[in-house]
Design a protein around this ligand. Structure first.
Ligand code: 4AD
Ligand code: MG
Length: 437
């Protein structure tokens, strides 16, 4: 019977069959140790020459790293094995014998070498673990939203507008104006937010999840040019309610990863103690308070400056819970954010900073819901109102207070897995200087 490695504990004493890959091997001439993996887990298969036919033994001796195989054996308990079991080998079939020279060996490789061989590096146990944590975060996100009345609403990737400012846009010439035939610029989406705002006037609460694009000129450990964003939006939710939703979602994700991914976190050497502390209520501080604190710690940040990555790191090291950083100066934020009635130089917005120096994982705000004010904001931001006509129109028919936020999936994966750089958190990273494989 063919089973998965992950089910092996249910078959102690039985002969079973597995299909997968040989990720390592060693032979004493009499005993052959085959390190086997099948996507669900890893197990050692131990063959004795005395139990095998000559032909079978020759197949074992011809195996090279990453050969694909079918193995059969009897499941034995072994307290030293990661899963508590190993196989006493009875049969081997080679599906493909890989040639000598698999590029990723036991020796240390630099990050550039590994990224050049990403198509193979993904098979390493650490990368397997990262991809599984990523999948868990995505699954928990869908579950939480569906349990809380949000509808999945897919937003377009080709758009005529910029959502997050014009400096980081990927531009293309392809479309022509309907009717007139004149060229019109298109951009790859930076966030689905504006379209979600249309969606919630039908559905009440909605979220999207997909790739977004930023032509970032900076090469930092937190920036990708293509990354996965989850945007959520809700009608009749204001600034405070918006943060409550973010807090509940993040708590759920962290709890689920702790519940379902203990093995993966262990593979990654992630200390889970700091993750256990991620519980409501999160810390709340205003931008103004944060600047005062940072200056006290030696930062040269100005009163009305955006926080730099170093400032974020410094700040998050002061607390063991995520921090809501609220009410930024309007001058450093996007046109659609509603101003704080108490201080119109500031927005009703928040970033959410992850602990342990991981920095911003979420950006969100209450949205400007007044037609005239929004038109004025477009002007102030030097944005052509034409492609935004449909968006401001939303404020003419049934405008309501509403808020939303977006998370960067790779930043959350990096945080929960304890990775220094986001390039390991996505199957095939796209950076300013990396497009392959
Ligand atoms: O803060 P941002 O730019 O917010 C928006 O795009 C809003 N329209 C979202 C919304 O309100 N619906 O981006 C949201 C998040 C950031 O907090 C960060 O986690 C991530 O996206 N992010 C990036 N992740 C990887 N590489 C980049 N270049 C990123 N830029 C932003
Ligand atoms: Mg942001």
């Amino acid at each position: 019977m063919t089973i998965n490695v992950s089910e092996i504990h249910k078959h102690a004493g039985e002969e079973i069959e597995l299909k997968g890959w040989c990720y390592n091997f060693r032979s004493s001439g009499k005993i052959f140790f085959l390190q086997f993996r099948d996507g669900t887990g890893r197990v050692q298969v131990v063959y004795s020459k005395s139990d095998m036919t000559e032909d079978q033994w020759m197949i074992l001796e011809s195996l090279r790293l990453e050969s694909s195989v079918v193995v059969r054996g009897v499941v034995k308990e072994d307290s030293r094995a990661p899963l508590g079991f190993e196989l006493e080998g009875r049969f081997i079939q080679a599906i493909q014998i890989a040639p000598e020279g698999y590029p990723i060996g036991k020796k240390e490789h630099g990050p550039d070498f590994l990224l050049d061989h990403r198509h193979f590096w993904l098979r390493a146990e650490s990368q397997w673990a990262v991809m599984r944590v990523r999948d868990r975060i995505i699954t928990s996100t869908y579950e939480w939203f569906h349990e809380n009345g949000f509808v999945k609403f897919d937003t377009p990737i080709l758009t005529p507008t910029s959502c997050e400012g014009t400096t980081e846009l990927f531009e293309m010439d392809y479309f022509s104006d309907e009717g007139e035939g004149s060229a019109t610029k298109a951009y790859l989406a930076q966030s689905g937010q504006l379209y979600l705002e249309a969606g919630i006037m039908s559905l009440g609460r909605a979220f999207d999840f997909g790739p977004v694009f930023r032509a970032e000129k900076s090469k930092t450990r937190r920036h990708l040019t293509e990354f996965w964003m989850m945007d959520a939006e809700a009608a009749f939710i204001e600034h405070e309610g918006n943060m409550a939703i973010q807090e509940a979602l993040i708590c759920r994700i962290v709890q689920d990863v702790l519940k379902h991914c203990q093995y993966e976190l262990k593979v990654l050497g992630r200390d889970t103690a700091p993750l256990e502390k991620v519980q409501a209520p999160f810390v709340h501080i205003t931008h103004q308070e944060a600047v005062a604190k940072l200056r006290g710690m030696g930062s040269d940040i100005g009163e009305m400056d955006d926080l730099g990555a170093d400032d974020e790191t410094l700040l998050t090291q002061q607390y063991d819970r995520p921090i809501f950083l609220e009410k930024y100066p309007a001058a450093v934020k996007a046109f659609y954010m509603k101003r704080d009635p108490q201080d119109p130089t500031r927005c009703l917005n928040n970033d959410l900073l992850a602990p342990e120096g991981y920095g911003e994982i979420i950006g969100g705000s209450q949205r400007e819901d007044d037609y005239e004010t929004l038109m004025m904001r477009l002007k102030e931001h030097n944005l052509d109102p034409k492609p935004f006509e449909w968006y401001v129109d939303l404020r003419r028919y049934g405008s309501v207070p509403h808020s939303g936020f977006g998370y960067g999936l790779e930043r959350i994966v990096a945080w929960l897995c304890g990775l220094h750089h986001v390039r390991e958190t996505i199957p095939f990273p796209r950076l300013m200087n990396r497009l392959t494989p």
